[in-house]
Design a binder for this molecule. Structure first.
Ligand SMILES: Nc1ncnc2c1ncn2[C@@H]1O[C@H](COP(=O)(O)OP(=O)(O)OP(=O)(O)O)[C@@H](O)[C@H]1O
Length: 535
């Protein structure tokens, strides 16, 4: 237990006067005979007790590792006498002088964090340094590291650095500049070996120079001034080697410009949690559930593209098959709109409390108002044996796709921008800025359609939607479906029709009609075809 003796001895001494004397060390060393003058440690857990003067360590020229953290040391010049020193931990002291000692040739790791240093100096003589921790000091400029070609880990967090400089010649793999005063990221572009970068807690408004860091797989940008170019962030993600992306980069993107998937996942999670928290009602096997996917028709597309009108029209003209799913909204009714028919117009508080009561399947925030599709809206249609038909923005689609419902999604997309704009203007409901937003969202829909094949079951050009669904060749379609059913022309529609039957198998009313040879069969077939052209 010689080591225990050593610890005890130092402890007594430290409590006395805080000065490391020759005697103290000598007695320690004699007790630790096996170390002799090759004393390797001043154990840091002993050093928490106000050690101020360690000059006596000058005599211990063979020291290879010196750990004196959590003391009150101001002067480390004794290190000049330790030519073999490899590791130095002098963190949590009161040192003001930066490397105030002659360079030990093989000094590799230095921890000066939590000291009072203000100015860096040329460290070309300390060329073996690979790991340097200078965090929690008061450096305002990065300087003097140019020749430290072996330096791979540099920690400068919580200093006063406002500009990244003097790093371009280094081969850093890990760099932390967390908690400084940076406003931009210029100066990093040559750090081609960089794998992990922490820039959190700065004042960065602009990201640049990161595209060239091909090995970067972790970057933390939390708590900055957020005008960060998210596109760049995303590019960085894409370029991250082996697609190993740190949670912190993703969390920055998710926080400041969350993709629709992320918003939808959050929305879905919220409603699921609130639903699960409700006292459970008696299970009704006729209602939609996770075990029996329920057919729905969702019309989506940019605002004012006609999807609402079309949804109403479908439900009117084919009232045996579709029921309109009336959503909730916190916006006030437009002229002519009726509560309960166009929307359930509710206050923000009521909307919120419906969320808390687990009533919604999905909700979105759009143009400053909230919209939500309630479970009741769907179940009301299901009770009637009808498929629920709703219209919603893309965000709603993302969210609904997370639920156990299995809607068919039709995208109504304006193809003639001018026409679309003049249609919006004519409605007289939108400001020019809102029209701009609506127009810009055409591309959001179009790119979703391009990038996610199959995301929408069908895409219909906006102006032609009605024609597409109701007018064009309805008789021809009817004929084709008839033929398909009796097997005369197995082709497109027979496939569609059988798909429709498969998809509709859980809607008992539709199923019964389809199989019963009911007089409306033909009409159902048309609907089948429609729903499938559509769906
Ligand atoms: N539950 C919902 N989830 C997602 N989006 C919804 C929901 N309910 C309505 N929306 C969509 O919100 C947008 C705004 O609807 P609103 O009725 O306020 O405006 P509008 O100008 O009449 O749009 P539109 O003519 O396209 O219905 C519309 O695109 C509508 O489809």
């Amino acid at each position: 237990n010689t080591e225990q003796n050593f610890e005890l001895f130092i402890l007594i001494w430290l409590q006395n006067d805080g000065v490391l004397t020759a005697e103290t060390v000598a007695s320690c060393v004699s007790k630790l005979g096996r170390f002799g003058t090759g004393l390797q440690h001043v154990y840091h857990h002993l050093s928490l007790l106000n050690l101020r003067d360690v000059s006596i360590l000058c005599n211990y020229i063979h020291l290879q590792k010196l750990e004196v953290p959590h003391n009150k040391i101001k002067d480390l010049s004794c290190v000049s006498h330790m030519p073999f020193l490899v590791i130095l931990d002098a963190s949590h002291n009161e040192i003001t002088s930066f490397f105030g000692f002659q360079p030990p040739k093989n000094l590799t790791e230095v921890n000066f964090s939590y000291n009072q240093m203000t100015k860096m100096k040329d460290l070309s003589a300390y060329s073996s340094l690979s790991n340097l921790d200078l965090g929690h000091n008061s450096f305002s400029e990065i300087f003097g590291l140019e020749q430290c070609s072996k330096l791979t880990h540099l920690n400068l967090e919580h200093n006063k650095i406002s500009r990244i400089s003097g790093l371009s010649t280094l081969h850093l793999t890990h760099l932390s500049l967390r908690g400084n005063q940076l406003t931009k990221t210029e100066g990093l572009e040559n750090l081609k070996s960089l794998q992990a970068l922490d820039l959190s807690l700065n004042r960065i408004t602009r990201l640049s120079g990161l595209q060239t860091l091909h090995l970067l797989c972790s970057i933390n940008l939390e708590k900055n001034l957020v005008l960060i170019c998210v596109k760049l962030l995303k590019e960085s993600i894409n370029k991250a080697i082996n697609k190993r992306v740190s949670p912190s980069l993703v969390s920055s993107v998710n926080k400041y410009d969350p993709p629709m998937d992320v918003i939808a996942a959050r929305d879905h999670m919220t409603h699921l949690v609130y639903q699960v928290m409700q006292p459970q009602v008696v299970y009704d096997s006729t209602l939609p559930s996770a075990d029996s996917p329920y057919p729905m028709l969702v019309l989506t597309g940019p605002q004012g593209c006609g999807k609402r009108e079309l949804a109403h029209r479908l439900c009117q003209d084919f009232s045996e098959y579709f029921a309109y799913g009336t959503c909730h909204t916190t916006r006030g009714p437009y002229f002519g709109e009726e509560n309960g028919i166009d929307y359930h117009f509710v206050s923000e508080e009521d909307f919120q409390s419906s969320i808390h009561m687990g009533k919604f399947i999905q909700t979105v925030q759009y143009r400053g108002h909230r919209y939500g599709l309630s479970r009741d809206a769907i179940e009301d249609a299901a009770r009637e044996g009808l498929a629920c038909c709703v219209h919603m923005e893309l965000e709603g689609v993302f969210s609904l796709k997370k639920s156990y419902f299995e809607p068919r999604y039709i995208l109504l997309i304006p193809t003639q921008e001018e026409k679309y704009i003049s249609h919006l203007k004519k409605r007289g409901l939108y400001t020019p800025a809102q029209i701009d937003v609506a127009v810009s969202r055409i591309e959001v829909y179009a790119s979703t359609n391009r990038q996610r094949p199959g995301f929408f079951d069908n895409v219909i050009p906006c102006g032609r939607a009605r024609e597409h669904l109701f007018i064009s060749s309805i008789r021809r379609r009817e004929q084709l479906v008839r033929e398909a059913i009796v097997g005369r022309s197995p082709g497109f529609y027979s496939q569609l029709f059988s798909r429709f039957i498969r998809r509709s198998r859980h809607s008992s009313a539709l199923q019964a009609l389809i199989y019963s040879g009911h007089s409306q069969l033909a009409q159902i077939s048309v609907m089948g075809a429609l729903a499938l052209t559509v769906a």
